[in-house]
Design a protein around this ligand. Structure first.
Ligand code: SAM
Length: 232
């Protein structure tokens, strides 16, 4: 089973390269390295290398591998960067980000760090377990809370990656970003979402660029959608 999964992982990564989702060596290396099966419920492991989102409980999903690849490429990460992820879910995307900013086998003093915020405590707990078992707990901190407010304690960040759809860029996020930093974020409602790259220019202004239509679960929080309000 293990060998089959590894072969399936290689085939998927080759396909994502061929389809243009993976463009850089470091994202390719990270996706070859992180075992997606360790971030899935036991009964779904055999689907780990299908290019599709999968349920992880509490009405939430692990994103499809092509979306993880695309968002990671758009963020233009480099080793040593400090990254905030909003929406930990299973912890898989956080592990992929960690493998780029703090690559396994490189000196720890050069490692960057990933802070990832999840609003559902049970998912955060499970993600911590997954990350530990996959060998990323020293590079990724999982925080329970409302990530629409960011995570000011570790700010400023070089990059922010949001993996749930917001009505607009949550105001606290650019405030917690370094000038020259980037936010990758899906913006929109249930019917229509676009993935955006938002750049914070040296003078603090934001430059927003839509990239592609997408489908994410809602960002629920003070600067996202309200829990009982319209996810219209
Ligand atoms: N990145 C995840 C992975 O690799 O499995 C997939 C994330 S899933 C598409 C979106 C996640 O965002 C869900 O786990 C959801 O509970 C979480 N979420 C929604 N609103 C949030 C908020 N305000 N703060 C933190 N997490 C939030």
């Amino acid at each position: 089973m293990q060998r089959e999964l590894e072969e399936a992982r290689q085939r998927l990564v080759e396909r994502l390269v061929h389809e243009g989702y993976i463009r850089s060596e470091h994202v390719k290396r990270a996706m070859l390295r992180v075992p997606r099966e360790l971030f899935l419920p036991e009964d779904l492991r055999h689907l780990a290398y299908e290019d599709t989102p999968l349920p992880i409980g509490h009405g939430q999903t692990i994103s499809a591998p092509h979306m993880v690849a695309m968002m990671t490429e758009l963020a233009e990460l480099e080793p040593g960067m400090k990254v905030l992820e909003v929406g930990t879910g299973s912890g898989y995307h956080a592990a992929v980000i960690a493998e780029v900013v703090a690559p396994s086998g490189t000196p720890r003093e050069k490692w960057g760090h990933v802070y990832t915020v999840e609003r559902i405590p049970e998912l955060a707990e499970r993600a911590r377990f997954n990350l530990e078992r996959a060998g990323y707990s020293d590079r990724v901190a999982v925080i329970v809370g409302d990530g629409s407010k960011g995570y000011p304690s570790a700010a400023p960040y070089d990059r922010i990656i949001v993996t749930a759809a917001a009505p607009e860029v949550p105001r606290p996020l650019p405030e917690q970003l370094r000038p020259g930093g980037k936010i990758v974020i899906p913006i929109g409602d249930r019917y229509m979402q676009y993935l955006y790259v938002v750049e914070k220019l040296p003078d603090g202004r934001l430059k927003k660029r839509p990239v592609t239509p997408c489908i994410f679960v809602p960002l629920v929080g003070e600067h996202g959608w309200r829990e009982h309000e319209s996810w219209v």
